[in-house]
Design a binder for this molecule. Structure first.
Ligand code: XIL
Length: 366
């Protein structure tokens, strides 16, 4: 009898909990659960939970994480030689994602930025050769991807290999190895973890010349049976770019590649300077941030986020994940542009409500 009464109480409690869940404010991950995962790039204070408010907000709102900096070459592998790796922070990052049942992304293996100079230099008086740089790339990828095999589900294997006109960027990788550095990076990553999603990731790929460059690159890799299995579009936006039309055209074109698309680094720069210079090239970030935000920034930010999400939702069948490049404005690499959904006090901004509202509208339209 006692146990029956107990189970009745438990059942009522469960019912109540369900009703409460329906009334409680929507979260990003719940609002978009029928469409795509929602991710966020984490800094070290968040994934170590030193930033307790930040960590709590991440757990509440998101079901995927990306490492903002701790998996870049200079963080993971600062020195040459067998003792040159430093896995501490990256290990903590992966543990945080696992503990919270999240889809864990790795960022990034082969990039021109945040990669130490020694990678491209000869030892002592020896001149550097293609073979030595390829060998270093292979060791790095096998070591890093191998260490997190089966745990990191998607890797940004090659980041930002293209110029704005769609041609190959003359990066240190390109200069040391030649254009097949891209294919090699994917092959090594596949060797290390055959089940991981292997993405090519870049910014401003909505713009037609660069869009065509990405499509040509991916098609060429596919024709060579290179194991590329995802496309990452960073989507560092400003208040007007990409427009809904441009984004729609780009996502339509990318669908032809038959790869899952991830929006990998979403933010919307509301600084005055950011309206003139849209480039997400890290070397130009000083020109894109700083100075004041535009008038009525909060409202314009909400409008642009609504516009972007309307298009993402239209293409939800091809989009598997939308990741914000940072949690709050205070954490952002473009903090002066107040580019995110949460302010420096972890409070949702009007842009947050605008994004949730788009999910609700899409649900009603079904
Ligand atoms: C940025 C980080 O957010 C900054 O903290 C760091 O100082 C520079 O890099 N494209 C990318 C990201 O692929 O790795 C960059 O992240 C932003 C642009």
């Amino acid at each position: 009898m006692k146990s029956m009464r107990y189970s009745l109480a438990a059942a009522l409690l469960a019912l109540g909990a369900t009703a409460n869940a329906a009334d409680s404010p929507a979260t990003l991950k719940s609002a978009f659960q029928d469409y795509f995962m929602m991710g966020v790039a984490l800094n070290q204070r968040q994934f170590t939970e030193q930033d307790t408010n930040g960590a709590a907000l991440v757990k509440l709102q998101f079901n995927s994480v990306s490492p903002e900096n701790v998996m870049k070459w200079q963080s993971l592998h600062p020195r040459l030689g067998p003792d040159g790796y430093n896995f501490g922070p990256a290990d903590r990052y992966v543990e945080f994602g696992e503990k919270n049942g999240m889809f864990i992304v790795g960022h990034t293996l082969v990039w021109h930025s945040q990669t130490p100079r020694w990678v491209f230099e000869g030892e002592g008086t020896n001149a550097i050769t293609r073979e030595v740089v390829l060998q270093r790339m292979r060791d790095h990828i096998l070591t890093v991807v191998g260490r997190y095999k089966g745990r990191i589900k998607a890797w940004d294997v090659v980041n930002e290999a293209l110029n704005e006109d769609g041609s190959l960027r003359p990066s240190p990788w390109y200069r040391a190895i030649g254009e097949d550095y891209i294919a090699k990076a994917f092959e090594y990553a596949h060797e290390a973890d055959p089940d991981a999603e292997l993405r090519y990731n870049d910014y401003s790929i909505e713009n037609e010349p660069k869009r065509n460059g990405v499509i040509a690159l991916v098609k060429k890799l596919q024709a060579q049976n290179v194991p590329i299995s995802g496309l990452g579009s960073q989507t560092h936006a400003n208040l007007t770019q990409p427009s809904a039309e441009l984004l729609d055209a780009a996502l339509t074109a990318f669908a032809g590649l038959r790869l899952p698309i991830s929006i990998t680094e979403l933010d919307v720069n509301a600084s005055q300077r950011g309206q003139r210079n849209q480039s997400a090239d890290v070397s130009q970030n000083a020109q894109a941030v700083g100075g004041d935000v535009v008038d009525a920034a909060n409202q314009k930010l909400a409008d642009q986020y609504a516009s972007l999400f309307r298009v993402f939702l239209k293409h939800h069948r091809n989009i598997k994940l939308v990741t914000f490049w940072g949690l709050t404005d205070r954490d952002s690499w473009r903090r002066f542009g107040t580019p995110l959904l949460f302010d420096g006090a972890w409070k949702p901004k009007p842009a947050f409500d605008a994004v949730i509202a788009e999910a609700m509208k899409a649900g009603d339209a079904k």
